[in-house]
Design a binder for this molecule. Structure first.
Ligand SMILES: Nc1ncnc2c1ncn2[C@@H]1O[C@H](COP(=O)(O)OP(=O)(O)OP(=O)(O)O)[C@@H](O)[C@H]1O
Length: 547
């Protein structure tokens, strides 16, 4: 029998532990232990769900919800799209093959759900509506326990004042009973009350069609938010005190950029041809769902267009943006992507790498650099030192972090500690981390805001599958094209003594062309070699472009 100190992060059959205990446990203990204890390791009694009670109209519903937190989704259901959007907001995907997906409810996934505006009762109501089976009591208890504290407190930077905000005054009182937080509070003498503001609640994630009218009305009614101000110098300490290992009210971070009149705007809009695809739009709606910018992580498969999502986020916030990439080549690419998708002026975007020490004109702009350049602890050149000082002293509207799964946790800590940003957006193709410090990402950057399904994007024609890559290889290596290219090179290089550069967006084709043509002509060639590419370009005066 499983004990009440179950620590797998899955719902317990004897759910007595608090969300805090579950959370800590989920972060530190092996998930596999659960299976052995709960289901036995003999073949016979593994994952026996025969006791689940099927609803009469179960064929019309797409989910199987199990007492241990597992949720199975039929991808052939007409409700698949809505159910997927909902599940990805509340649960971790375990595997997503063609016909049936498996998800798992965990304290982290529920933390992410709450942080994009989903409320406990909405989560339970929608799950119940989609489930073929009666929702197991263990699952309902687990959702209640996990979400009881999460999302109740927000850290909001409004008109350059840090506010700890909550719809629940009793929660704020509880926080203020902590010595560190009470010392961090900025209050008028004798002021025991909280400032009150009103906002309309949101039904996040477009799950409206899955709720009843009464549930919708309750979710969207006007909400009162109580708040108190804290000393900006104490923000990190207050955040620390709110973490699950202390008071267990982890603060969600949101940036009220529209009301930020202190930090200057950057003139940048998306160009008309930048039309975010539905999944890109969806991920942005999770980030900007309530008119503020939420910090968190967006997961999109390789080639799905993370750059446009990042540039779109920067264009919506329109404040100074610090974009962090993993290496100098990515820095160049990000700078190009900003220029490709937005109308930002060249003077407002700059790169900071060991080769390029650019600075933007005016008092706001975009800086693209690497994690290493920021986190470097050794001696820097004078130029670098000046730029780093500017980066440190500036208030960044957006800290845009690429490839967050490969950056070591200690480097994040360093980068986040030396930059003051209102909103952090992490972009990645996978949440699997080599150092298994995924928990750190949740609290250093923010929870997962959206995750697209690779297979859906392949089916939608947005990214290539293996077959189409093979087809692509066939047409890019069309022998007629090759002969035409060979003729053009011969004509320009040998007949006219021109300098020739061959560009291709397919590295395989480029390598083949380069090796074959160089062998034919006995010439030198470079492929994707940055210094060579630059020096070659600079040494040429006049170009004729042939497509
Ligand atoms: N909304 C869109 N409309 C048209 N083209 C798009 C859109 N989004 C992305 N693309 C194109 O898709 C390709 C891949 O985009 P991008 O390089 O941003 O993907 P990525 O997710 O960053 O990939 P990787 O993880 O490999 O770096 C690019 O050629 C980009 O121009």
């Amino acid at each position: 029998m499983r004990s009440t100190s179950d620590t797998s992060g899955r719902p317990s059959k004897k759910h007595k532990s608090s969300a805090k205990e579950d959370y800590k446990a989920a972060a530190f203990e092996e998930e596999d232990a659960y299976y052995v204890e709960e289901f036995g390791d003999g073949e016979g009694n593994k994952r026996d769900f025969t006791k689940l009670e099927l609803k009469a109209d179960h064929v019309n519903r797409p989910l199987w919800a199990c007492a241990d937190g597992r949720i199975f989704l039929e991808t052939f259901s007409p409700l698949y799209k809505q159910a997927y959007d909902f599940l990805i907001a509340i649960a971790e995907p375990v595997c997503r093959p063609e016909s049936m997906h498996e998800y798992n409810l965990t304290p982290h996934s529920l933390y992410a759900a709450v942080s994009v505006g989903l409320e406990t009762e909405t989560i339970i109501a929608v799950l119940n509506k989609l489930s073929k089976t009666k929702l197991p009591k263990e699952m309902i208890d687990f959702i209640h326990a996990s979400t009881s504290n999460y999302g109740k407190v927000k850290l909001v930077l409004k008109k350059n004042r840090y506010l700890v905000e909550s719809p629940f005054p009793e929660v704020l009182k509880r926080l203020l009973s902590d010595e560190v937080i009470s010392r961090a509070r900025i209050s008028n003498e004798g002021d025991d009350g909280f400032a009150v503001s009103r906002s309309v609640g949101e039904v996040e994630g477009r799950h409206e069609e899955l709720l009843t009218e009464a549930q919708l009305a309750a979710a969207s009614e006007e909400k009162e938010a109580h708040s108190f101000e804290i000393d900006p110098a104490q923000v990190e300490n207050v955040k620390q005190r709110c973490l699950p290992n202390a008071l267990n009210y982890p603060m969600l971070e949101e940036y009220d950029f529209r009301n930020d009149t202190i930090n200057p705007d950057v003139e940048m809009e998306l160009k008309p041809q930048a039309q975010p695809r539905p999944y890109q739009e969806k991920s942005l709606s999770k980030m900007f769902g309530n008119g503020r910018a939420r910090s968190g992580i967006i997961v999109l498969p390789c080639g799905a267009g993370k750059s446009l999502v990042g540039v779109s986020a920067a264009c919506r916030i329109k404040k100074s943006c610090l974009c962090l990439a993993t290496n100098a080549v990515s820095v160049d690419q990000w700078a190009l992507q900003f220029k490709l998708w937005s109308n930002i002026g060249d003077e407002h975007i700059c790169r900071f790498t060991s080769d390029s020490k650019e600075r933007f004109c005016g008092n706001a702009g975009v800086v693209v650099t690497t994690y290493n350049m920021l986190a470097f602890g050794g001696k820097r050149s004078q130029d670098s030192e000046k730029i780093i000082e500017e980066i440190r002293s500036r208030e960044w509207g957006l800290l845009l972090m690429d490839e967050v799964h490969v950056v070591p946790a200690h480097m994040f800590r360093k980068v986040i500690s030396i930059t003051k940003s209102h909103c952090k957006l992490g972009l990645t193709a996978t949440l699997v981390r080599e150092d298994e410090r995924i928990t750190d990402l949740n609290f250093l950057i923010g929870p997962k805001l959206y995750e697209a399904n690779w297979l859906d994007l392949v089916k939608g024609g947005f990214i290539a599958n293996e077959n189409s890559k093979k087809k692509q290889a066939l047409y890019v290596m069309n022998p007629n094209k090759f002969r035409a290219c060979e003729f053009l090179i011969w004509f320009h290089a040998e007949q006219r003594d021109d300098k020739v550069i061959v560009f291709a967006d397919n590295l395989f084709a480029l390598t083949e062309y380069a090796t074959k043509l160089a062998i034919l002509k006995g010439q030198r060639y470079w492929i994707n070699s940055k210094p060579a590419r630059k020096s070659t370009l600079y040494s040429c005066q006049r170009w004729e472009i042939i497509q």
